[in-house]
Ligand binder design. Sequence first.
Ligand code: GLA
Length: 395
Amino acid sequence: MKDQLINCTRNAFQKHFNQVPDYIFLSPGRINIIGEHVDYNDGYVLPAAIDKYICLAIRKNSESNDCKIFSYDLNESFSFKINEKIEGDSPMWVKYLLGVAEEIRKTGKRIEGMEVVFSGNIPMGAGLSSSAALECGFAYALNSIFNLNFTKKEVVLIGQRSENQFVGVQCGVMDQFASVFGQKDKAVMLSCDSLDYQYYDAKMDGCSFILLDSRVKHTHLTSGYNDRRKEVEKGKKIIHDNFNEMETFRDCTHEMLDSVRGELGEIIYKRCLYIIEEIKRVEVAAKAIYNQDFKLLGELLNQTHFGLSKQYEVSCPEIDFLVEETIKMDGVLGARMMGGGFGGCSINLIKNENVAEVTEKIKKIYKSAYHIDLKIYEVKISDGTKEYKENEYSI
Ligand code: GLA
C-alpha cells in the first residue's frame, strides 16, 4: 500500500514535470484512542499515527520564484510565487499548502522555487486527519529541503496555524502533533497546553482498534466545530470570573461547574461538563493501557461516546447507530465516534477472535438501516512524518 502510493506519486511527478523528484516525504493520518475535543481545552489526548499517508514528491528549482503544485488525486494544478504575501481565495486543498508557505514566510525564513506532486490514501472527510497530514508533510518537507531549522514542535505549530488562520478551522494541535510525532506501535500522550508528551505502548495484546467509516463526510469549516469552541470559551470565562483560581479546565471541578450552572445555561453547562469529565477519563485510560486493562479502556471509550453524543453533541445519527449496534456484539470492548465528529469514523476496541464476525454483522445492519456500504479500516500504528529514502525506511 505504502510502496504503491510512493510509486504512483513518483510516476505522476515524472509525467507532470518531465523530471525525477529529488525528495519523497510521507506524512501519516491519525487515530485518537481517547481525549476528544479537549486539545483546545488544555486537556490530554492519546492519538497515534497510522499507516495511511499523504505522499509528497518534490524537486527544488532554485532558479525559479514559483512553487508549482499538482494534486494527483484531484488532477488539479496550482502555482504561487514564493516568499510573497499570499492573498485572495483559492480551492481548499491549495489553502492547506498556501497556509504553510505563508506561516513560514511570516517567520522571516525563506524558501526557494520548487515543483511538488502529492497524492494520498487517507480517506478525506473521514476524521483521519488527511488535512493535518498534508499541512505537516509540506511543512516538514520545506523545513528539511531548505534547512529552515524549525524544531519538530515548530513544524507542528506551523501546520496548526495554517489551518487556524488560512483554512479557518479553529482546530487544536492534536492531529498535527500525532502526524509529526507518531511512532510505530506507540500512542502519544500529549499534554496540549505545554506540548509535553510521552509514548505509551499501544500493542493491544489480543485486541485491535478497528475503524468503521460511516461515510458521512464533513468539513469542520461548516460542521459546528468552531461553534463548540466558542461555547466552551464562553463557559470557561464564566467559570473563571466566579473562581479566579481556575486557569484551565483541568482545575475545574463538578462543584464549581454546578455552582454556576444557571449563569452558564444548559447548553454551555453540558459542553463544559463533557470537557472536565473527558480530561479525567484520558488520565484513567492511559493507566488502563499501561496495565493492559482493555475492559476498563473499553468502558471509557463508551463513556466518551455518550459524552460526545449527548453532552458535546458532535456525533450524528449514523455514528450513534454504529456505536450502539457494535457495543452489543460479542468481543466488542468499547466503541465511540472519533475525531471532530459530525460524521467520519467510529473507533472500536475488539477482541481479535471476534473482529471478522463483528465487521461482517455491522456491515449488513448498517446497509439495511442507511443503505450505505460501510468501509472498514484495520490500521497499523506507524511512524510520523518522514523523508522516504530507499532501503532506509521501515514501517
Ligand atoms: C479535529 C481537530 C482536532 C481535535 C479533534 C477533536 O480532528 O482537528 O484538533 O479537536 O477534532 O478531538
